[in-house]
Design a protein around this ligand. Structure first.
Ligand code: ATP
Length: 295
């Protein structure tokens, strides 16, 4: 996100808050408190919300959002991000936020998490707090397990609940069609429906990291794997239908992202992705041709 920061008069910052997909997602164990230990490869993509943060002298938090269905109060994670920064650093100034929402909501793309990370980063800069990225990630983790990743750019291996991160080489020059069906999915429900003992097919994460280091496209595409797919596919057969369509339109590798319901399919060229997108767009208006984003 840092490379896309635009600063105006030291009072306003505009950021591109990017979405992510999962190239792999494995769930290793369930903790006593109900949270899950994961191992996943997260990859940023070129689909983003435009987040604008302006410092004000009233001390208030004002949030506006292009999506009329999203809350603009404490229920919005971006609002929570301001609150936590104000409390932690006793900031007297207030902040006006605007989110131009492009990332589909409740889609498995970390849309809310990336907005929160953008806001924390903007406040760090606007208030000259000079906090290192590790501290920003720590603060972000209080808001959600996917937030720490969103401070990075490109691809990372995420462990723990998602907060133990190791940047790795991402999938480069990869074009995909991303499809979000009309319904959203609750991450909690999907994890709740997962039977750890029943998982038959798990990702080979180390093999995938090596393949990414070598940009071995064949191994990367055949290694795409998400253990949550079976749960979401059982709950929402529509997701299977989208996977089949992407395959039949020529995708070389297809996977659901996060807990879903978004599905992406990689294509061998922008033109091929565009062609498949043309067919899918009629039935699924929330479908996009996007590339992976790497430094
Ligand atoms: P993740 O992949 O991190 O689990 P997601 O992509 O599945 O996230 P979000 O788009 O972050 O899901 O939305 C999850 C819920 O959070 C929605 O029900 C939405 O109403 C709420 N929400 C709060 N703030 C935001 C925001 N800024 N953007 C999107 N959703 C938000």
């Amino acid at each position: 996100m840092t490379t896309d920061t635009e600063v105006e008069h030291n009072t306003t910052i505009k950021l591109k808050a990017r979405a992510k997909i999962n190239l792999t997602l494995d769930v290793l164990s369930r903790r006593e408190n109900g949270y899950h230990d994961v191992e996943m490869l997260m990859q940023q993509i070129n689909l983003y919300d435009n987040v604008t943060v302006t410092k004000n002298s009233t001390g208030e938090i004002n949030l506006t959002c292009s999506d009329p269905f999203l809350p603009v109060d404490e229920k919005n994670i971006a609002y929570q991000a301001v609150k936590i920064m104000k409390e932690l650093y006793q900031l007297e100034e207030g902040f006006d936020l605007h989110i131009d929402k492009q990332i589909p909501v409740a889609a498995g793309l970390a849309g809310g998490s990336t907005d929160a990370a953008a806001v924390i980063m903007a406040i760090n800069q606007l208030c000259k707090l000079d906090l290192p990225v590790e501290r920003l990630q720590e603060i972000g983790f209080k808001l959600g397990a996917d937030v720490p990743f969103c401070f990075l750019e490109g691809c990372a291996l995420a462990k723990g609940l998602g907060e133990i991160l190791k940047p790795i080489r991402g999938f480069e020059h990869a074009w995909m069609v991303l499809v979000k069906p009309s319904f959203g999915v609750s991450t909690k429900d999907v994890y709740g429906g997962l039977d750890l003992d029943a998982i038959k097919h798990r990702p080979e994460t180390s093999k995938m990291i090596k393949a990414l280091e070598e940009q071995n496209k064949h191994v990367i595409l055949s290694g795409l794997c998400n253990v949550l797919e079976t749960v979401t596919l059982n709950l929402y057969p529509k997701v299977s239908e989208i996977k089949e369509k992407l395959n039949s339109y020529g995708a070389e590798g297809v996977l659901m992202s996060g807990s879903g319901p978004s599905v992406f399919g990689f294509f061998s060229s922008y033109e091929r992705a565009k062609k498949a997108h043309k067919k899918l767009k009629k039935q699924y208006p929330q479908s996009y041709v996007v590339s992976t984003y790497n430094l």
